[in-house]
Write a protein that binds this ligand. Structure first.
Ligand code: ADP
Length: 629
């Protein structure tokens, strides 16, 4: 995003990003009355040219055979049942009459042709269904994967704005809607459009007069449909939004179910969820209501109109202007036109609905990470681990008027262990967040081995760190999997060695299936201390040049803590280590202590130096740290 870190562009950029996003959201909503958003899905479809071409082929083949059916129908009536008199002239035009004996004996042939074309049309129809359904599956799979890949690239700032459940809803429900569109609605719409136009052309050939009369009914249907369509799309987006709110509420509550139950807030949670669910119900109900009226208008008015026209046609046939076969064929065509038109209209509503959904997906895809990778990243294998923070000031995007870190200057030498101490809210964790480049500071910069971290690919930068958080999240899966998360590709032996160094091996071996024991969601089957040791083993396995430990040993009992401290001591020997610790034992071992308060470095030195100075550190040591250290 930037080449000269000292420009104050960034002061504005984080906030600007947010408001830009909001404006874009609004713009999207404004546009939501059209099918435009669906265009963005098109590139996902054209990735499969063969399937697409096959679909187009079967689409036309099925439509053409479908229309041929009406001719087969006409000749069946005119020639199959009765090919004498005036019909003989018509029937003589087609070679089939030669097969029969000219006295109605050829009826079987017409029926056979009718059956043949019907079967052919069915085969093409099935092939069309198959190709488009598979295409739909491809599109939704690709869309979901692309979306997930994109979301995992987004910076924490994004996740502060949007709830996880909301993202999950877009990933699942919205993309399912797109699947319906590509896999079925679009096919129905195209099929109906091609079939409808074809029917109209043949109707004109059979009787332009009757056709014009049928078309006269058109505006009665089209106008209300356009009006209803808009409401449907708005209600659809509203429904999806409400659904997303309901699910994000549920995800939040269920993932902290113990807190919910411990505070006996089940009723509050139920009420909140129920409200969101009811809102979804209301918007969906209104949508279905509007849609039912629309269906009535389309089919009711349309069919009545056609019957009236046919009434007129019947008198024309009686007057000898048209054959009965013509009337039969025309009725069939008019019915086809009507049905196809109806399908176009109803799927139009589906398409509008999916346009709403794809809008929500595209919004996510359009979300730019607030951290941008440099165009030509500086390569780096394994850093020596020197860290320089130069005049860095930072505010969180959601709290721009408060400086979480203010004019920070510090250097950490390779292999040095530096403890960050200070009251809660001083900015210690924020420091780690910036080192890992989850956010960019508004001014100043961070360098690793003398290279600004903004010049490195974020992945390269983060590979230099092993990070153990205060509450390190573990994932469902085995102990082995969880530790291996530190370095995918590590052998079982390496995992076990790391576990031994983290003093996790013994308790893991006591689990029912040892290293293969499934730890349950977020490893809830382990105690806090055990979870932490697994997290430490993971960090050890990572073998990165810089260790970032955030209260890494806070959940350990005295004995395990000592053991883990020793493991860390060995591990941090050749590594730069930054540790946020509230325990004096950890702090005392550090080469240097940096004292933070209100986002500023207020003091630094060794434990003894700082105690002598009798400043904030001495007070903290007295109050906060374990007195017997
Ligand atoms: P410490 O780790 O020293 O306890 P933090 O670095 O977590 O403190 O927090 C520093 C300040 O930044 C606090 O005032 C805190 O409220 C604020 N803060 C932390 N995380 C965020 C966030 N994601 N968004 C907005 N403000 C935050």
């Amino acid at each position: 995003m930037r080449t000269s870190p000292n420009t104050n562009d960034l002061d504005r950029s984080a906030g600007a990003n947010l408001s830009q996003n909001m404006q874009r959201d609004k713009a999207h909503r404004k546009k939501s009355r059209s099918l435009k958003p669906l265009r963005k899905i098109w590139p996902f479809i054209t990735r499969y040219p063969l399937l697409l071409s096959l679909f187009v082929f079967f689409l036309f083949a099925a439509s053409i055979t479908g229309l041929l059916l009406t001719y087969a129908f006409k000749f069946m009536i005119d020639c199959g049942f009765n090919n004498a008199g005036s019909n003989a002239k018509i029937c003589a035009q087609i070679p089939i009459t030669d097969i029969g004996n000219g006295s109605g004996g050829s009826a079987g042939v017409y029926f056979l042709i009718f059956i043949g074309i019907t079967l052919l049309s069915a085969i093409f129809g099935a092939a069309r269904f198959y190709t488009i359904s598979v295409l739909g599956q491809h599109v939704v799979t690709d869309l979901r994967t692309t979306l997930y890949n994109h979301i995992t690239r987004l910076s924490p700032a994004f996740f502060e704005r949007i709830r996880t459940g909301e993202v999950v809803s877009r990933l699942t429900t919205d993309s399912m809607l797109i699947e319906t569109v590509v896999g079925s609605s679009m096919s129905i719409a195209l099929r109906s459009l091609v079939g409808g136009i074809g029917a109209l052309v043949i109707m004109l050939l059979v009787s332009w007069k009757l056709t014009l009369m049928v078309l006269g009914v058109g505006p009665l249907i089209v106008i209300p449909v356009i009006l209803f369509g808009r409401r449907i799309q708005r209600l659809s987006r509203e429904g999806q939004d409400n659904l997303a709110t309901a699910s994000s509420r549920a995800v939040e509550a269920l993932s902290s179910i113990q807190t919910v139950q411990a505070f006996t807030q089940e009723d509050t949670e139920r009420a909140r969820f129920s409200e969101a669910a009811q809102n979804t119900f209301k918007s969906n109900k209104s949508r279905l209501g509007v849609r039912s009226i629309m269906n009535f208008v389309t089919f009711g008015i349309g069919q009545t109109g056609i019957i009236a026209v046919l009434w007129y046609g019947a008198s024309a046939a009686a007057a000898g202007e048209m054959s009965y076969g013509d009337i039969g064929q025309f009725s069939l065509l008019a019915l086809m036109l009507m049905m196809n038109f109806g399908f176009v209209i109803t799927t139009w509503a589906d398409l509008l609905r999916a346009a709403g959904a794809s809008e929500r997906i595209i919004e996510l895809l359009g979300e730019v990470p607030s951290i941008t990778a440099p165009e030509n990243p500086v390569p780096m294998n394994k850093a020596d681990g020197r860290i320089d923070v130069e005049n860095m000031t930072f505010s969180y995007p959601t709290r721009q008027d408060e400086k979480a870190l203010n004019a920070i200057n510090m250097s950490v030498m390779p292999g040095e262990t530096v403890a960050l101490v200070g009251p809660s809210g001083a900015g210690k964790t924020t420091m780690f967040q910036l080192l890992l480049r989850f956010y960019d500071p508004q001014s100043g910069q961070i360098k690793i081995d003398g290279i600004p971290i903004t010049d490195l690919a974020p992945k390269t930068l983060r590979q230099q760190f092993a990070f153990v958080q205060q509450a390190t999240p573990l994932f469902s899966g085995s102990a082995m999997d969880n530790i291996r998360y530190g370095r995918v590709g590590a052998s079982d032996e390496e995992v076990m060695t790391a576990a031994k160094s983290a003093f996790a091996h013994d308790f893991i071996m006591k689990l029912p299936d040892g290293y293969q024991t499934d730890l349950g969601e977020k490893a809830m089957t382990l105690s806090g201390g055990q979870q932490q040791r697994i997290a430490i083993a993971r960090a050890i396995l990572r073998d990165a040049p810089v260790l970032l430990l955030d209260e890494a040993t806070s959940a350990l009992d005295a004995e395990s803590e000592r053991a883990v401290q020793n493991a860390f001591a060995a591990l941090s020997k050749d590594r730069t280590t930054l540790v946020i610790a509230h325990r004096l034992a950890t702090v005392k071992k550090a080469d240097r202590i940096i004292v933070l308060e209100d986002g500023q470095i207020v003091d630094q030195g060794t434990h003894n130096e700082l105690i002598k100075r009798d400043g904030l550190y001495a007070r903290l040591a007295e109050l906060q740290f374990n007195p017997e250290g």
